[in-house]
Design a protein around this ligand. Structure first.
Ligand SMILES: [Zn+2]
Length: 174
């Protein structure tokens, strides 16, 4: 997909036709120059033909979903949706931090978010925390902790798989 011209802006104008005020659109370029008929008629006719295609809004919605996934990557410093060779998006790599239990503080523990095994400052040196990117509809807890790197990676993958499924992105991802 390539833009044909620089962005075109429709502008409302009214004109008197047979004593009646009628509303029209004229097309200006981004500098405000009004385009001549030979510059825009071909584009408009093809645009009308495009928009009249059957189920066109389904196709547009799909394309816009791809755009929004790409925008997440470009706006969000903490997520990067790369594409594979087939052009499908890949689940980004997990954002995980290793945290050591503070031996000077009172003992505490938690259940691993994946395998549910107990992780305690009495028996473990440390644990992993996950930081999920702030993207729409991505469900995750505020503090997601895991007993190991492996469990953390599985929580990460599972969270994204649910997000892909809930948003109907299956065919956009590998
Ligand atoms: Zn675990």
């Amino acid at each position: 997909m390539k833009p044909v011209l620089d962005i075109l802006f429709p502008v409302t104008v009214t004109a008197n036709q047979d004593g009646n005020e009628k509303e029209y659109y004229l097309i200006q370029d981004r500098h405000g120059y009004i385009c001549k008929s030979d510059e825009v008629l071909d584009i408009l006719e093809k645009a009308v033909a495009f928009y009249k295609r059957e189920d066109i809004n389904d196709w547009i919605e799909r394309e816009n979903q791809k755009t929004s996934i790409e925008l997440y990557s470009s706006y969000n410093f903490d997520v990067d949706f790369k594409k594979n060779k087939a052009g499908k998006f890949m689940i980004p790599s997990p954002q995980m931090n290793y945290k050591e239990f503070n031996s000077k503080k009172a003992h505490w523990g938690f259940k691993c978010g994946w395998c549910e095994s107990k992780v305690s400052s009495k028996t473990s040196k440390g644990y992993y925390t996950l930081s999920f990117p702030h993207i729409q509809n991505l469900e995750h807890g505020e503090f997601v902790r895991a007993c190991s790197k492996e469990c953390g990676a599985l929580i990460w993958k599972d969270t994204f798989k649910h997000w892909i499924h809930d948003n109907d992105y299956q065919d956009l991802f590998e």
